[in-house]
Design a protein around this ligand. Structure first.
Ligand code: GAL
Length: 684
């Protein structure tokens, strides 16, 4: 049995001078005449705004011509905010280089895979490996840091904007050269490269570095190892750009540096690697309107962000007050929905609740995007909700620095996601992202809070580790998982796991060979189903009912594991489908088909029993998360249903906003939220 979460001291590496939950949003005063700024600042005070992100897309104004800088307007904005006690998260504007830059360096434009050169007139990254881009990005970041690095209003640096969006990969001439250099550093010799990429297949052997290229459009499927390395390289180039700006800033300013991630939504960045480079982890999250349970995806993104932050608090730098503008149907949030979204983030460790954006833009591509201050002005539902939320968060300053508790880890490895997403897999219906989301959904419905963890990370404190999509698993990571089981952990691995190594090469010994000790089972053959076909499993549910699987089956060979569930139909009818293997002090479970969140329930209850994981027992769609430090524990309860809910709490628990004492049970209104605080050390 593993040691559960123990509340530690309050995390103190937070923004200088701020001991409140940060509240505010992206502020783009340059889009407005100066007389509007005064009004903005007055309204910000009314809404409880204490932090704004500025300058993110201002390069063309800050450096109107190459090497000619104009900071006067930004000085006035920052001084005005300072005068009102509003802190500044100062952007470097490098996600949107000016027109003069691209005119001067047309080769710094991003080239798409099909050779299309992406032109000026929107926003987006220049070619990240272009030396001219990097030089100019570092210069503007340096100038900003020199000027504002110790301005009392500035508390945080916001480098660039959403690295990897809108484009993560660049196929320009600069990428071509940089990719070769990156490969030389990785493999040393051309022989090393040929071996890693398996170039004897289809006669792709390289005899000279000049022959090695970026994986542009090819007549048939490109070498998957090359594609995987190109994904790694593209991410590395973006990270180098970030690090160059960050270091330029650090030379002149002691303030923390962040860049806003897009957890779950951006496939271009390996977030665990990025998490090691930033001082404070921050994230942007937008609901996908077509997804009716998008609050579960929100929770997943928040948990991933916290995990990237190593369990420390983090910042929600952007979300929306209501609808966005870039989906096919931009559904407005319902009354109370934004409040539930905000508190789910808070409960999952966010110490900042920020929006895109403060005031809705009149011009440009985002004029139909919601804002804190909508086009309708202050006599509007959105504004009233914004003011109420600011007031509520203003009561919750002492939650800042406490940590969210989670005793279960879901594995997340961006390299595996990249690899599994390539072409020519046994079935296009088996999607890694869907698998992760479905397992997450099951845990969410059971009221079990999770962290995400890299498979090579120290997992020893988790009661349960779930590997929903570990297609690529290195021998080292597999050894780590095996040690985890032997040390007393419960591991649940889902199908198509440990198929390949870091070069997308099938493991020696066959599929899943490196997990043989942990799971006591091997995969002889993958048996994908036809589209919309399903199969049954027997033996899993206590009730004796069958469970329905889809998409996938496997022919398993047992090497020590017990069979818990069998295929009742499908290509492996009568054979093992779900196995359990006692190994050392722990247990390794294997599920060889695809179950949806409902069908996963009987399996998960057995796995929870092995791991000692306790479910919340609350009605479905009542979300409860807990944060704690040594002094107190906060229960954040969010009712997504339209009937009131009761959440059991310890006696002595107090509503953290109204200070009202509860009597062992907190009522959470339909669609409502409660934040409850219990001083630790008091009887449970
Ligand atoms: C984000 C971006 C913002 C804004 C927002 C709209 O991805 O960082 O600048 O465009 O989307 O939803």
């Amino acid at each position: 049995m593993k040691t559960p979460f123990v509340p530690g001291p309050r995390y103190s590496g937070w923004l200088p001078g701020l001991d409140a939950v940060c509240y505010g949003g992206d502020y783009n005063p340059e889009q407005w005449p100066e007389e509007v700024w005064e009004q903005d600042v007055a309204l910000m005070a009314q809404a409880g705004v204490n932090l704004v992100s500025i300058g993110i897309f201002s390069w063309a104004l800050l450096e109107p011509r190459d090497g000619e800088f104009d900071f006067a307007w930004l000085d006035r904005v920052i001084d005005l905010l300072h005068g009102a006690g509003i802190r500044v998260d100062l952007g470097t504007p490098t996600a949107s280089p000016p027109a003069w830059f691209f005119r001067q360096y047309p080769d710094a434009r991003v080239v798409a895979k099909d050779g299309t050169v992406l032109g000026f007139g929107s926003r987006g990254m220049a070619a990240p490996s272009s030396a001219a881009y990097r030089k100019h990005a570092v210069r503007i970041a340096t100038r900003l840091a020199e000027r504002y690095g110790d301005h009392p209003a500035v508390v945080l640096w916001h480098v660039h904007n959403e690295y990897g969006a809108p484009v993560g990969e660049d196929f320009s001439v600069h990428a071509q050269t940089a990719f070769r250099d990156w490969l030389r550093a990785r493999y040393g010799t051309l022989d090393g490269l040929n071996a890693a990429w398996g170039t004897r297949f289809w006669g792709q052997v390289y005899g000279d570095w000049q022959e090695v290229g970026v994986p542009s459009a090819t007549p048939s499927v490109a070498n998957p190892a090359q594609r995987l390395d190109f994904a790694r390289f593209s991410d590395a180039m973006l990270r180098e750009c970030f690090v160059a700006e960050r270091d330029a800033i650090r030379a002149h300013s002691a303030l923390p540096v962040t860049t806003n991630f897009m957890a779950v939504a951006c496939p271009a960045t390996d977030l665990f690697a990025w998490g090691r480079e930033v001082d404070i982890v921050s994230n942007d999250h937008y609901l996908w309107a077509a997804d009716e349970r998008n609050y579960v995806t929100l929770a997943q993104a928040a948990d991933l962000t916290r995990s990237v932050a190593g369990g420390k608090p983090w910042m929600l730098l952007e979300h929306s007050t209501s609808g966005v503008n870039w989906q096919p149907r931009n559904v407005a949030k319902k009354a109370g929905e934004e409040r539930r979204n905000a508190f789910s983030h808070l409960g999952r460790g966010a110490d900042a609740i920020m929006f895109f954006q403060w005031r809705a833009s009149r011009s440009g591509a985002e004029k139909f995007h919601s804002a804190m201050l909508p086009h309708a002005g202050t006599d509007s539902r959105i504004w009233r909700e914004v003011v109420a939320l600011g007031a509520e968060l203003g009561q919750l300053g002492d939650i800042v620095g406490s940590r969210t508790r989670a005793d279960v880890a879901l594995l997340w490895d961006q390299e595996s996601l990249w690899a599994q997403g390539l072409e020519w897999r046994p079935s296009e219906d088996l999607q890694a992202g869907e698998r992760i989301q479905t397992f997450y959904d099951r845990l969410w419905r059971d009221g079990v809070s999770v962290d995400f963890a890299h498979p090579a990370a120290d997992l020893s404190r988790y009661r349960l580790v779930v590997a929903p999509a570990s297609y690529l698993l290195t021998a080292e990571a597999a050894a780590n998982l095996t040690r985890y089981v032997e040390g007393g952990g419960t591991l649940l691995v889902s199908c198509f796991a440990a198929a390949v190594d870091e070069n997308d090469r099938v493991h020696e010994g066959g599929f899943m060979a490196p997990l043989r000790d942990a799971l006591g089972v091997q995969v002889e053959e993958y048996l994908p189903l036809r589209e919309n076909e399903s199969l049954t499993l027997t033996g899993l549910a206590e009730s004796g009912a069958t469970v329905t699987g889809t998409v996938w089956a496997e022919a398993l060979t047992l090497s020590g594991a017990d069979v818990v569930g069998r295929y009742g139909s499908g290509p492996a009818e009568g054979e093992a489908a779900v196995t359990r293997h006692a190994r050392g002090a722990g247990v390794g479970w294997y599920l060889s088909t695809v179950l949806d969140a409902d069908e996963l329930a009987p399996l998960m209850s057995r796995v929870y029993a092995d791991a000692g994981v306790v479910t919340s027992g609350l009605p479905e769609d009542v979300e409860v998360v807990r944060r704690a430090d040594v002094d107190a524990e906060w229960t954040v309860a969010i009712n997504h249903t339209d009937t009131p809910a009761r959440v059991p709490v310890a006696p002595g628990t107090v509503d953290a906003v109204t200070r009202e004492v509860t009597d062992g049970e907190a009522q959470v209104p339909a669609g409502g939220v409660r934040v409850l605080r219990r001083a630790l050390g008091e009887p449970a």
